[in-house]
Design a protein around this ligand. Structure first.
Ligand SMILES: [Zn+2]
Length: 246
């Protein structure tokens, strides 16, 4: 293919934009901010589960305490009835003895229940502390996640604006390259998955870093400046410049 030597130079600007765009796409794929967001989400999930667990524990203890307190009330009411019966003066001596035995037993039972209530209140206090710690951990995990998301969004916005700028420049440069040459560039770029042209610099293809020698070098040296030459290794359009070393 024949193409104006100066038009061939424009392909280097086009390739530079493609490199920049590929770097931005790579950065988007491998954004460390994404990992930070995932880690923050994971921490938040763990702490949210901790909060639920601690809340359940507190609720269970409350329920247990209410049950014990109802038992205490029941024992007190029973003792009160027994005392009233004893004070009524109508109970037989045998009944009086039995009532007294029951009162003793109820007193022991009440003591046991009150001990259990105290123990429960201690556990409740500890559970409250665990819950408070889990809640404050969850709050800070949420703040971490928000910060991580903001950092990620800022990085994505930066990438998007870079893509917009390089995309615009690429379109501008592509508009100045004659169609057959541009079509060839695009075809080769698709094959390499990157750029369609590379500078020949100090006898080396800047696309694949292979140095030209022998007949390939001689062919590049002897080719007309307006003839499009290609790298035999990577197939890219080789753009000759003053630094080509020919
Ligand atoms: Zn090459």
């Amino acid at each position: 293919m024949q193409a104006d030597h100066f038009d061939q130079q424009k392909l280097l600007a086009l390739a530079a934009e493609d490199v920049a765009l590929a770097q931005l796409a790579h950065r988007r794929r491998t954004l460390p901010e994404n990992a930070a967001v995932s880690a923050a989400e994971e921490a938040q999930r763990t702490l949210a589960a901790d909060v639920v667990r601690a809340e359940t524990e507190v609720r269970d203890l409350d329920r247990e305490q209410k049950r014990l307190e109802a038992d205490v009330d029941g024992v007190r009411a029973r003792a009160e009835r027994d005392r009233q019966r004893m004070a009524s003066g109508t109970a037989t001596p045998k009944e009086m003895t039995s009532l007294q035995q029951e009162l003793d037993s109820l007193a022991r039972r009440q003591g046991d229940l009150e001990d259990q209530v105290l123990e429960l209140m201690e556990r409740r206090e500890a559970a409250d502390e665990v819950l408070a710690t889990a809640r404050s951990g969850l709050d800070s995990a949420r703040a971490d996640q928000t910060a991580a998301e903001q950092a990620r969004d800022a990085a994505l916005a930066e990438i998007a604006s870079g893509e917009q700028a390089h995309g615009a420049t690429r379109t501008e440069v592509a508009g100045t390259v004659p169609e057959p040459l541009l079509a060839l560039y695009e075809r080769v770029a698709k094959q390499t998955g990157g750029t369609g042209a590379a500078a020949l610099h100090a006898r080396r293809c800047e696309g694949c870093r292979i140095e030209l020698y022998g007949t390939e070098l001689a062919a590049a040296r002897n080719a007309d400046p307006h003839t499009v030459i290609r790298c035999e290794n990577c197939n890219r359009i080789l753009v000759r410049t003053a630094e080509s070393g020919l």
